[in-house]
Structures are given as structure tokens and as C-alpha cells.
Write a protein that binds this ligand. Sequence first.
Ligand code: SAH
Ligand code: SF4
Ligand code: F3S
Length: 481
Amino acid sequence: MSKKINMEKYFAPDLDKARKRTRNIIEEVRFNLSDAHQKIGYHKTYLIHTYGCQGNVADSETMAGILELMGFSPAISEDQADVIIMNTCAIRENAENRIWGELGRLKAYKRRNPDLILALAGCMAQEENVVKRVLKTYQHVDLIFGTHNIHKIPEYIETAMFSKERVVEVYSREGEIVENLPKRRDHKFKAWVNIMFGCDEFCTYCIVPYTRGKERSRSKEEIIAEIKELAEQGYKEVTLLGQNVNAYGKDRKEDDYTFGDLLRDVNELGIERIRFTTSHPHDLDKKTMEAIRDCNHVMPFFHLPVQSGSNKVLKKMNRHYTKESYLNVLNQLKETVPGISVTTDIIVGFPFEDEDDFNETLDLVEKADFEGAFTFIFSKREGTPAAKYEDLTPEEDKKQRLYRLNEAVNAGYLRGSQRFLDKVVKVLVDGTSKHNDEILSGYSEHQKLVNFKGDPSLIGQIVNVKITVAKTWFLLGEKVD
Ligand code: SAH
Ligand code: SF4
Ligand code: F3S
């Protein structure tokens, strides 16, 4: 028999609402777990499956933090778990298809353990069509909540557990910024720190502004307090996160404090390595470039998505820059921070892209001298403007373009590796190599994967490694003093 929906809390997503931007002042509230919720998880376990970007990884750490505060402990396997949360990604159709498959697979666990609470969270939960489909054909999903109300997990779990009804609560508008959220961090010396939420860019292909709401920056005091605490706990690296991270502070005009200012302040907190992702080219200002140059803890690495090299396509994508202006900003960055490593994201097969446009992209890749890129075939996202554009390019041509683009991109990866041959680089040791226990692996300041022989006691430390072999995807070296 199918479960009823709890109508007291019922809120389904609405993309039209999510599209609208308000001038509302964003309030800040502090998370507190009520006494009633503190023991719900005793002797119970949870599992979280995370898909998508670092934003989701950070959100999963918060979900885990809240669940552990409620008394839950991590489950060893799916058949042991009392709560399973799918923290999903909606960026492309193939990302979603994978998750639909996983959701189907989890049905078996629910059959074996009817008390299991299966939750759908993250960006897919923000989509109208997804929620409709889950309600209709995925009866074994008990709980759906979105990206704006993670802090309300305790209430949702309580209702799902005790009322035995399905709980659906997805807000299409962002609410307050919630501070004081507990976190169970996955890593002992590398941490994610959200500095802003949402995106106001509305690139025509992209679902993120709908799933994550309007741009909201956290206060500098909260960010600095969080990073100070991480430094005290021995963390070596923090990655500042935002969908449009270098727009930090633009929504808090009264503060007159933007991304470059934040980098300078974070540089003084005792963290060895500071990284950030992801930046938009038209928000990359001189102040940020100079902060990277002047701050010894800010790493010489920059991910700067370009998406296309064709001005026609860039315009249709609503990217607010041209091929020429992108290259200008990039050159300015490279002049300000000599030796900086730059990577990018590129989409091929966007509806208006013809052979000439694609060749412009190849030309840009060559001129920009990227040291890496994530490359994608355009995927239609329902509700975005580009989903309505007429798409005349045959699938086979798109695949060919992706293949040709990857050849060019891979040559850039190799050049980026080769420039470190015979040089000594600093590596933050992550762990042992996937393929060999005697080999340690970690990342250099320029974000290159480095493997070398060493003792596992070095894990978590920054060591000097002399590079002896440079491959496309990694470097090999020897530890030196
Ligand atoms: N906020 C970041 C990242 C967004 S998602 C930024 O703006 O850079 C990461 C990448 O996914 C994007 O840079 C883009 O290249 C790709 N992407 C987003 N929507 C897509 C779509 N509908 N089809 C194909 N690729 C997409
Ligand atoms: Fe999507 Fe564009 Fe925002 Fe990036 S900047 S999240 S690609 S809308
Ligand atoms: Fe995916 Fe949402 Fe991140 S769509 S890429 S998980 S913001």
C-alpha cells in the first residue's frame, strides 16, 4: 500500500518562483537542536550518498553533522542503515540518470527494512518534474527536502519516523543564512568553507540559479571564525566555496568588502593553503589578482570556466564577456601572478554552435594555454532558456567535437605537467596511492597530482618533492629535504 503524504508540511518546488529574485534582506539565524530532537538517532545509523559539486560535498558534511548531533552514527553498509540520504545533482541529464538508477536500486533495502527512511535531497529535489516523478513512481522514497532547508532535517526525520507519512518540503526561495551548523568533515586536514550561496548569473543552459537561489554572502566574521577554528584544529588547507565565489560580498554593499579583501584576511589565519572555487570571468577583478599575488598562502591555481570561444555562442549563453575580453582578463591574471596554473570548463554542442564556432573554441584553448579543463556536451535542463533553443547539431558531431576538444585539452595538461620536470614542488600528502601502498600521493601548490615513495607518517604534511617524470595526469618524484 502506498504511503500518504503529510499535508501539514507539504511544499513542492516551483521553478517560476525559483527564477525570481527579490530584494529581501537576507537574515542570519543560528542553528540549534531542540531537546526533543537530540535522542531520535540513538542506536540508529545513517548513510549519505553525495553527487555533484563541492557545494554538495560540503552540504553532506552538514547533514552528517546534524544527524550525529541527533545521536545517529555512520552506517557501515546500506543494509545496516536506518536513514539513507541521496544528496543529488541536476547539472546534466546523465548525472540525473545515474541517480534515478540508484534510487531504483535502493528499493530492495526498503523492502527488507520497511522502517528505513530513504530521503531525496540536493539539487534534483529542487526540480518540479523530479518531485512529481518521485511521488508517482518512487513510492519507497519517504522524504524529499531541498538545498534551502538542510537545517530542518531533525523535524523531517522525526515526522517521517513517527507519522509514517511521506514528507515533502522543498522551498523555491532561499531563506535565511543559517550559521552555527554542525559539520562532520570527511577530511582531517583539508576543509570546505562556504563563503556564499546561490547564483544570479542565469547562464541560459544552467539549472544552478534555480536550485540554489539568489546570491547570498556569509558575513566575514562568520567565515573568519570558522577558518580560525580549522587552523586551531590543525587543518592545512581550506577551499572557499561558492557557485560564483569571486562575486563574494557584492550582495552586502554596505560592507564594502569583496573577494580580494577576504583572501587577504584569510591569508593571516594560520592556514597553509587557501584555494577557492568557482569563479566567473566577469567578476575577476584586479583586487583579487593582486591578493593572489601578495598572499603567500593563497595557491597559484585558478579555475576560470570559459564555456566557449565563440562570441555568438557566449552571447546566447548569457556569459557577459567575449573571447577577447576573457583572454584579456586571463593575460592580466598571468601577468599579475606569474606561473599561475589556469584550468577551465567548456561546453560543446550548444544549440547555436556550428563548426566555425567550435573552431573558435579550439583557438581559444590554444591561446589561453589551459593546464586542464572539464569538458561537457550540452545537456538540456527543463526550465532553463536554452532548453527551448532549437538544437540542430547531430549527436555524432557533438561527440566528435568533444573528442577533438579533449585532444587539445590533454596537450595542455601535459604541457602543464612538463613545466615542473626537475623542479622541487611542495606537496600536501593526502594518502597512499590508489594502486600501490608504498607510494604516497598528494597535490602541489599548482594543483598537480604528485606520486612519490615515502612513509605513511607523512600523510597530512607538506613535503618537498623533486619531479622526475611528468605525465599528462600526474607527476612522479622523489622526496627531498
Ligand atoms: N558555478 C560554476 C560551476 C557550474 S556547474 C561556474 O559557473 O563556473 C560546472 C560546469 O558544468 C559549468 O561550468 C558548465 O561547464 C557545466 N554545465 C552547466 N550546465 C550545463 C549543461 N546544461 N550542459 C552541459 N554542461 C553544463
Ligand atoms: Fe551556472 Fe552560470 Fe551560475 Fe555557473 S555562473 S552556476 S554556469 S548560471
Ligand atoms: Fe550539481 Fe547542484 Fe552542484 S546541480 S553541480 S550539485 S549546485
